[in-house]
Write a protein that binds this ligand. Structure first.
Ligand SMILES: Nc1nc2c(ncn2[C@@H]2O[C@H](COP(=O)(O)OP(=O)(O)OP(=O)(O)O)[C@@H](O)[C@H]2O)c(=O)[nH]1
Ligand SMILES: [Mg+2]
Length: 329
């Protein structure tokens, strides 16, 4: 594969080249990994800054429908929109892929849109790296907005928030006045809460739910990266395409304020650092699972079992091997 050629085609915004590059970064093959690393290095510094918008919500809340309507509104304004999905549980069926593509049937056909379903990888660490790299590739291809969708399970929200400039939480109207058991930590990450399905019979409930969340948001500790009035809650209807323009203008207001006050760049810098450290830790652990370290770890484990070495002694010896130093020094 000619990596320079692929890089040029990505930079000129060719969607097929982008798709091919994402396949490359997703691949588990060592030679593909080398090519992916070369490609990302070639493109590094040529990316144009997109607005990265994370979007999370429980199954059925309307994420795909929202992205379809919202994405179409953006492409209608002449913007280029990429949609990426993080779904660590997608390996369960491999099915959310097809599901999403059919639910986004209009956006799929838009020439200024690019939709990439979840990879069928279940390990969140691997998913996170692939996602970050896919975002970089989308920026190299000149997309204006990158929407990163995740279904709210496990740690995936945190992962998505750590790679987004803005983080949206999508909620459904609740029956009574109870908050929907949204974990405090997730509320704290949200920049804008979108109460979806504010239409028909659900409209009144959506308005109430929105007011409840607006109240709950006011109780949270003030964050330095927010202007007056943020984080905020608002109602939308993905189905009836209502409130989408307001949502977009709120996102832009927030992004512009953060840009003007240095928070935008600072957040990206902190995220880059976070991912560096995450990757370093993950790579170190992976080395312990590979030969020759794997065998050394296993042998040390047997020594500890048999009382030949203490756990600390054995751990130090293994690390000494990794670092190329004499144990105990
Ligand atoms: N009334 C109403 N229904 C909606 C709205 N948005 C989505 N729905 C419906 O809610 C159901 C789930 O929508 P999806 O967009 O598939 O939800 P999702 O969050 O992507 O779901 P998963 O991919 O399973 O996590 C579908 O039947 C949609 O038609 C809305 O704004 N109003
Ligand atoms: Mg969906």
């Amino acid at each position: 594969m000619d990596i320079d050629d692929l890089a040029q085609r990505i930079l000129s915004g060719e969607r097929r080249a982008l798709a091919r590059a994402i396949t490359l970064v997703e691949s588990g093959r060592a030679d593909h990994r080398d090519q992916a690393v070369t490609l990302l290095e070639t493109l590094h510094g040529h990316e144009r800054e997109a607005l990265r918008v994370g979007l999370s919500g429980t199954p059925g809340v309307g994420k795909s429908t929202f992205i379809e309507s919202f994405g179409l509104m953006l492409t209608g304004q002449g913007l280029k929109v990429a949609v990426l999905a993080v779904d660590p549980s997608s390996s369960r069926s491999g099915g959310s892929i097809l599901g999403d593509k059919t639910r986004m049937e209009h956006l799929v056909r838009e020439k200024n849109a690019f939709i990439r379903p979840s990879p069928s990888q279940s390990h969140l660490g691997g998913v996170a790296r692939r996602m970050r790299e896919a975002i970089d590739l989308c920026e190299a291809a000149g997309f204006d907005v990158v929407l990163i969708e995740t279904v709210g399970v496990g740690q995936s929200e945190t992962v998505v928030a750590e790679m987004s400039d803005l983080f949206m939480l999508l909620l459904a109207p609740a029956g009574g006045d109870e908050l929907q058991g949204v974990k405090r930590g997730i509320m704290e990450m949200a920049d804008i809460i979108l109460v979806n399905k504010a239409d028909g019979d659900l409209k009144a409930a959506a308005t109430r739910t929105c007011a409840d969340y607006a109240g709950a948001l006011r109780l949270l500790r003030k964050r330095p990266q927010d202007p007056q009035g943020f984080p905020k809650a608002m109602t939308v209807s993905a189905l009836e395409e209502a409130g989408l323009e307001t949502a977009w203008s709120e996102m832009q207001t927030l992004a512009e304020w953060r840009r003007a006050h240095g928070h935008f760049t600072a957040r990206r810098a902190a995220q880059a650092r976070f991912w560096f450290e995450a990757e370093l830790r993950q790579s170190l652990l992976a080395r312990l699972d590979r030969e020759p370290m794997k065998g050394i770890v296993a042998a040390s484990g047997r020594d500890v079992e048999n009382g030949i070495q203490t756990p600390s002694q054995a751990a130090d010896r293994v690390l000494a091997q990794l670092e190329g130093r004499t144990p105990g020094t």
